[in-house]
Design a binder for this molecule. Structure first.
Ligand code: UTP
Ligand code: MG
Length: 580
C-alpha cells in the first residue's frame, strides 16, 4: 500500500539485498548468543575458579564479537550501496516522468513541490531503504530471539519480557498514528519554503530594485517558522514516545533484578543467569527502540513515497494517440478552426472561436493588447496546451493525431520570455540542432543580427553565459534566442514578441533578413509594434481572446476600428504609409 511501486527498484538489487540480510541475520545471532555464554563463564568458570574454562569461552566470545563486527561492516557497505543506487534510480525515473507531464500537470504540482519531491522526498525513502533491513530482520530476530533465549534460561521469569511486548506494541502504534499526519505536513511545509526560496532567487534583481528585501524576508520567515513548528511537533511526539518505550522496558529490568534477587537468595537461581537475563532484557529494549526509530523513519518515508507516487500516477493531461501519424511532409499550412481554449484554473475563455489559415511560407502577424491571448494562441501550436474545443491542423492533419516529438521537432518557437542556458553562446544556439556546424551557427547568428555583437566579445562564440544568460542585455538575449530557433530549420516558426527589446533599426534589419531566409517557412509573428506587423501577409487582431479583425494592413485600416486605433496611437494619423 503506497509503497508497492517501490518494489521493482528493490527487486533490481535483490541479490545484494539478500546478501545484506544474511549478514545482518548472522550478526544478530552473534548478539543473541553472547549473554548465554557469559552466564556460563560466570556460573561454571568464575565460581569454580576454572581458569581454562574462562579463557576458552572468553576466546569464543571474542571470536563471535569480531565476526559480528565484520558482518556489520560488510552489511553496512552493501546496504549503503543498495539504498544509494535505489535512490538514484528512483530520482531518475521521477525526473523522466516529470518530463513527460504536460505543462498543465506541472502548473498543478508547482515546480517547487516537484523539486522537494525529487530531492528531499526521495532521500526519505532512500534512508528508509537503508534502515529497512534493520527493521525487517534485526529488530524482530533480536526481540523474539531474546525472549526465546530467556525462556531457555528460565521459563517463569521469561514471562516478564513477554508481558512487556503487548504494552510496547500499543505504545508504538499510538506513536505511528499520531506522527504520520505530522510528517505529511512537514513535507508540505518544506514545499512552501522551497517555493518562496525559488521565487526569491529567480526575482532577486526585482527584489533589490524595489528594495523589498524586508518583505521577502518576512515571507521567508513565515514559511520557515511554519516548517520549524511542524517539525518540532513531530520531534515532540518522538521525544515523548521513545523514552516511554525505554521506561517500560526498564521497569521490566527492575522486576527481573528484584524477582531474580529473591531467587538467588533462596538458592533457586545463579547470579550469571540473572546477568544474562538482564542482558536479554536490554536486547529486547534495544530491538524495541530500534523498531520505534525505524518505524518513524518508515512513516516519514511513507508520507514521502505517497508524494512521489502521486507524480508517478499522474497521467499527462496531454492525450497522445495510440498510433500517431508522422508530421506531414507537406509545406506547413496551418489552420485554426473554431478554437476555444482556457487554462484549467480559469473559468473564462482565454480564446474564443478562433479561425484562420496561414498558407505555406506566409507570415501571419498577431497584434492585440496585453492579455488578449496572443501567447496562449501560439502555445497551442506545439501543444504546450490542448484546445478545449475546435481543432488545429497542419497540412490538413489534426495536431492531436501527430507524433508529439515530431510535431515539436518541426516547430521552432522564440518564447516571449527568453530562456538561455548555462554554457557558451555556441552551445546555446546549437540547442536548436546539436549537429549544426560552426558555419551554420554563424549564418543564423547573422540573420538574427547577433553575429556582430558576439564577435565584439573577446571569446566570440565561445563566450560563456551564466545562468539564464545573465551577462547579456535583453535585446542580445532575444537575438540569440532567435538564432537558436532558426538553426532548427523549422516548418513553422513562431516569434512571440521576440524583438521587443531590440531597437527599431536592428529590428527592421532582422525582419528583412528573415524574409529572405524564411521563404518556405510558415511564420507566426507576435508584436506590439505596428511597424513590425504591417507588412505581414496577414494580420490577426486579437481583443480579449476574440479575433476582431483579419486581413492585410490596408484591409484592416479600412475595416477594423481596433487596428486603426492601435495604428494611430503609435504612428499618428500620417503614420499610415510609414514603414511599408
Ligand atoms: P496571454 O499570455 O496569452 O496574453 O494571456 P498575451 O496576449 O500574450 O499578453 P502579452 O502581450 O504577452 O502581455 C491571455 C490570458 O490568459 C491568462 C491571462 O490571465 C490572460 O488574461 N493566462 C495566461 C492564464 O490564465 N494562465 C497562464 O498560464 C497564462
Ligand atoms: Mg504574450
Amino acid at each position: 500500500m503506497g509503497l508497492g511501486y517501490l518494489k521493482k527498484y528493490l527487486l533490481r538489487y535483490r541479490r545484494q539485498y539478500i546478501a545484506a540480510l544474511i549478514f545482518i541475520t548472522l550478526e544478530t545471532f552473534g548478539d543473541l548468543i553472547q549473554p548465554t555464554i557469559m552466564s556460563k563463564v560466570i556460573d561454571n568458570g568464575v565460581k569454580r575458579g576454572d581458569m581454562d574454562y574462562v579463557l576458552k569461552l572468553g576466546g569464543l566470545m571474542f571470536l563471535i564479537t569480531a565476526l559480528g563486527a565484520g558482518f556489520a561492516i560488510t552489511r553496512n557497505i552493501i546496504s549503503s550501496k543498495v539504498s544509494q543506487s535505489f535512490g538514484a534510480d528512483l530520482r531518475e525515473d521521477l525526473y523522466i516522468k516529470i518530463q513527460s507531464l504536460s505543462l498543465e500537470n506541472i502548473d498543478e504540482f508547482q515546480d517547487a513541490s516537484l523539486i522537494t519531491r525529487l530531492t528531499n522526498d526521495v532521500n526519505q525513502v532512500q534512508n528508509f531503504a537503508h534502515g529497512s533491513m534493520r527493521i525487517f530482520v534485526k529488530a524482530p530476530i533480536l526481540g523474539i530471539g531474546a525472549v526465546i533465549m530467556s525462556f531457555i534460561l528460565n521459563p517463569t521469569m521469561a514471562l516478564i519480557p513477554l508481558g512487556l511486548v503487548p504494552i510496547v506494541i500499543v505504545i508504538i502504534s499510538m506513536n505511528l498514528k499520531i506522527s504520520y499526519p505530522i510528517f505529511t505536513r512537514i513535507q508540505r511545509a518544506l514545499d512552501k519554503v522551497n517555493a518562496v526560496m525559488r521565487e526569491y532567487l529567480a526575482g532577486i534583481r526585482v527584489v533589490k530594485a524595489f528594495n523589498r528585501f524586508d518583505y521577502e524576508k518576512d515571507r521567508f520567515r513565515k514559511v520557515n517558522e511554519g516548517l520549524k513548528n511542524i517539525t518540532l511537533k513531530g520531534m515532540r511526539v518522538i521525544a515523548v514516545f521513545n523514552p516511554t518505550v525505554s521506561l517500560t522496558v526498564s521497569i521490566g529490568i527492575v522486576l527481573v533484578l528484584w524477582v531474580g534477587g529473591v531467587r538467588v537468595n533462596t538458592g533457586n537461581m545463579e547470579v550469571g543467569k540473572i546477568m544474562a537475563f538482564v542482558n536479554y532484557m536490554t536486547q529486547v529494549l534495544h530491538s524495541l527502540v530500534l523498531m520505534t526509530r525505524i518505524l518513524n523513519m518508515f512513516i516519514r518515508a511513507k508520507a514521502s513515497s505517497e508524494r512521489i507516487r502521486e507524480v508517478f500516477e499522474t497521467e499527462s493531461s496531454m492525450k497522445v494517440k495510440e498510433s500517431p501519424t508522422a508530421f506531414p511532409n507537406g509545406q506547413g499550412r496551418l489552420e485554426f478552426e473554431n478554437v476555444y481554449f482556457k487554462y484549467h484554473n480559469n473559468s473564462r475563455w482565454v480564446l474564443e472561436d478562433i479561425s484562420f489559415t496561414v498558407n505555406p511560407g506566409e507570415t501571419l502577424a498577431i497584434i492585440g493588447s496585453t492579455g488578449s491571448g496572443k501567447t496562449s494562441l501560439v502555445n497551442l501550436i506545439p501543444r504546450f496546451y490542448d484546445v478545449v474545443e475546435g481543432s488545429i491542423r497542419i497540412d490538413n492533419i489534426d495536431i492531436r493525431h501527430m507524433n508529439l516529438d515530431d510535431l515539436r521537432e518541426r516547430i521552432s518557437i522564440v518564447p516571449q520570455k527568453v530562456l538561455l542556458f548555462t554554457g557558451t553562446i555556441k552551445d546555446n544556439i546549437k540547442w536548436g540542432d546539436k549537429n549544426a556546424t560552426d558555419k551554420e551557427v554563424e549564418e543564423v547568428a547573422k540573420i538574427a543580427e547577433a553575429h556582430d555583437f558576439i564577435m565584439s566579445f573577446n571569446e566570440g562564440y565561445n563566450t560563456y553565459l551564466g545562468q539564464g544568460g545573465v551577462n547579456l542585455s535583453g535585446g542580445q538575449k532575444q537575438r540569440i534566442s532567435i538564432a537558436r530557433a532558426l538553426i532548427k530549420k523549422p516548418s513553422i516558426l513562431i516569434l512571440d514578441d521576440s524583438t521587443s527589446a531590440v531597437d527599431l533599426i536592428t529590428e527592421r534589419k532582422i525582419r528583412n533578413k528573415l524574409k529572405d531566409y524564411l521563404k518556405n517557412t510558415t511564420t507566426i509573428l507576435i508584436a506590439q509594434r505596428i511597424t513590425s506587423v504591417m507588412d505581414a501577409d496577414k494580420i490577426l487582431v486579437l481583443d480579449r481572446g476574440k479575433i476582431v479583425g483579419q486581413g492585410n494592413h490596408e484591409e484592416l485600416m479600412e475595416n477594423c476600428q481596433v487596428y486603426r486605433d492601435i495604428c494611430i496611437s503609435q504612428l499618428g494619423k500620417e503614420g499610415v504609409s510609414f514603414g511599408s
